[in-house]
Design a protein around this ligand. Structure first.
Ligand code: SF4
Length: 125
């Protein structure tokens, strides 16, 4: 029989794999092979630890929860438009060089754009 922490790890992995769509808690119980009582306890623990968020959702006339990861693993998509990828100065850019990320306007602009986009997403949810 798996230890409670193993089930938490597995649950978190499943929730993270659900990405921005999240998943219904009943789907999580099914994938974990856990009872609804055990699954609820795990979801609450993960929420208490700040690893997931739960949102109420009306499903087939009954209230349930959809579970979302608070953090997603980084993907290549998240940096594909980073200016460093196509920068002609990338070979001579370094933290201690004449060209540095610390005072790069292109990089700063890109980071601000990401921060604004994330802020909008968080504001919508
Ligand atoms: S930090 Fe700026 S200068 Fe350095 S590689 Fe990235 S875009 Fe180019």
């Amino acid at each position: 029989m798996p230890k409670p922490n193993d089930l938490e790890q597995k649950a978190l992995q499943i929730i993270m794999n659900s990405g921005n769509e999240g998943l219904l808690q009943s789907e999580l119980w099914r994938k974990l092979g856990a009872s609804s009582r055990e699954g609820s306890r795990i979801a609450l623990k993960l929420e208490d630890k700040g690893l997931i968020r739960r949102e109420r959702e009306l499903r087939n006339g009954r209230w349930t929860y959809r579970l979302y990861p608070k953090r997603l693993p980084a993907s290549i998509d998240s940096i594909v438009d980073c200016p460093c990828m196509m920068c002609p100065d990338s070979q001579r850019c370094s933290p201690s060089g004449a060209v540095t990320p610390q005072n790069c306007e292109k990089l700063t602009e890109w980071l601000f754009h990401i921060a604004e986009t994330d802020f909008k997403i968080l504001g919508d949810s």
